[in-house]
Design a protein around this ligand. Structure first.
Ligand code: SF4
Length: 379
């Protein structure tokens, strides 16, 4: 008679909340030692410093997923980021050739706090995208529209894009992705971030009046006329990042007045009025590299998430770095991952009672992968 392995009870999160950071760090490190190279803790650049200090790899969402997928030993990923990032890690780490390399063993991806979402990603639900696509089909030929989704989107949107001949983009390859799309079709539908779509397309010479904004809550055609849709080259989704939306032109003016010679460096998720005033712009990775490459004494006002700006400040005392807003704007959802959630989820993982597992269903993963692989080809 075989003896069943006793199932350990799921550990209670509340108990972790009363522990000190030192105790939590010690417990997280104990799990790291126990699982060795089978565990990767991934930390997005926007995470709290104490989480970043425990991460095996840090980067933006795309870099992290790539690094995790490339690891041969990894069997568990604790993704300290937000929900869509953990989904992408699950899709890339468990794609068919990776599963074959591991004799079919899946990588288990956990998100330490399930409330860590992305408010921008949540601004485009799959039923809204499908409804918009159907409405567009009544006015224009949708076989002449390439859907492009920013990586900050749910897996269901990536799958929609994959099924409809489209592509996923990141903030670093958005221009290349739009060029890829325009080589195939006359028009693009870009979601969920209007600012990244608009800033990128404007840089490619698409006039503003050929970029209607699609409001998913409007009664018809996203609040546009048939004429606007017929004239469109890029149909922008009415979504935005609540963090980058906070930067305003008056912040740029105030810094320039108070600190002559200061350079304004912003993420392309910022509104157009700010983006156009900036001296330099780029993805999180580019922002970091730009500061690293600057000579000592360079003055910056940076328009992106506060944790990242503060970290750059600490790492580059030879430069003068400011946050481009008088208002504190952190990504509240990213900020949710703390040491208590990380310790709780890791100890459950090690005990064989994994919590907060992110597993994308097979059909969604298959089509998402099509769109993600197109993204990988376009640099
Ligand atoms: S910073 Fe903006 S885009 Fe990034 S996760 Fe937060 S809400 Fe989403």
């Amino acid at each position: 008679m075989s003896i069943a392995t006793p199932i350990a009870p799921v550990r209670d999160l509340q108990a972790y909340k009363s522990l000190s950071n030192d105790e939590l760090q010690a417990r997280i490190n104990a799990v790291r030692r126990q699982l060795g190279p089978r565990l990767l803790i991934l930390g997005h650049h926007y995470q709290q410093d104490e989480v970043i200090a425990l991460a095996d790899l840090t980067g933006d969402s795309y870099q992290l997923s790539q690094m995790a997928a490339a690891s041969r030993d990894c069997r568990y990923i604790a993704f300290c980021g937000v929900h869509f990032m953990a989904e992408t890690a699950d899709i890339l780490a468990n794609r068919p050739e990776k599963l074959a390399e591991r004799d079919g063993q899946r990588v288990t991806v956990i998100l330490p706090d399930m409330a860590a979402g992305c408010s921008m990603a949540d601004m485009a639900a799959i039923h809204q995208i499908e409804s918009a696509w159907d409405q567009l089909a009544e006015v224009i030929d949708t076989s002449d529209v390439t859907p492009v989704t920013y990586i900050n989107s749910a897996a269901s949107l990536k799958a929609f894009v994959g099924r409809n001949g489209g592509i996923v983009c990141t903030s670093s390859n958005a221009k290349a992705a739009l060029q890829w799309a325009f080589a195939r079709t006359r028009r693009v539908m870009f979601f969920p971030d209007q600012h990244l779509g608009r800033n990128t397309a404007m840089g490619m010479g698409v006039p503003l009046d050929e970029m209607p904004l699609w409001d998913p809550y409007a009664d018809e055609l996203g609040g546009n006329t048939e004429d606007q849709i017929e004239r469109s080259r890029v149909i922008l989704w009415k979504g935005h990042c609540s963090v980058h939306q906070m930067f305003r032109p008056e912040h740029v003016a105030a810094f320039r007045q108070k600190h002559p010679g200061i350079k304004i460096l912003v993420h392309p998720e910022c509104p157009r009025e700010v983006f156009e005033l900036a001296d330099e712009s780029g993805s999180t990775g580019k922002i970091i590299k730009t500061v690293e490459a600057a000579p000592p004494g360079t003055k910056w006002a940076i328009g992106t998430e506060l944790h990242l700006v503060n970290r750059l400040k600490q790492q580059h005392p030879e430069q003068e770095i400011h946050f481009l807003s008088p208002v504190v704007c952190m990504c509240a959802t990213m900020y949710r991952i703390d040491l208590a959630h990380l310790a709780w989820s890791l100890e459950n993982l090690a005990a064989g009672t994994p919590v907060n597992v992110i597993e994308v269903d097979e059909e969604t993963a298959r089509w998402s992968l099509v769109a993600l692989e197109r993204m990988l080809e376009v640099k």
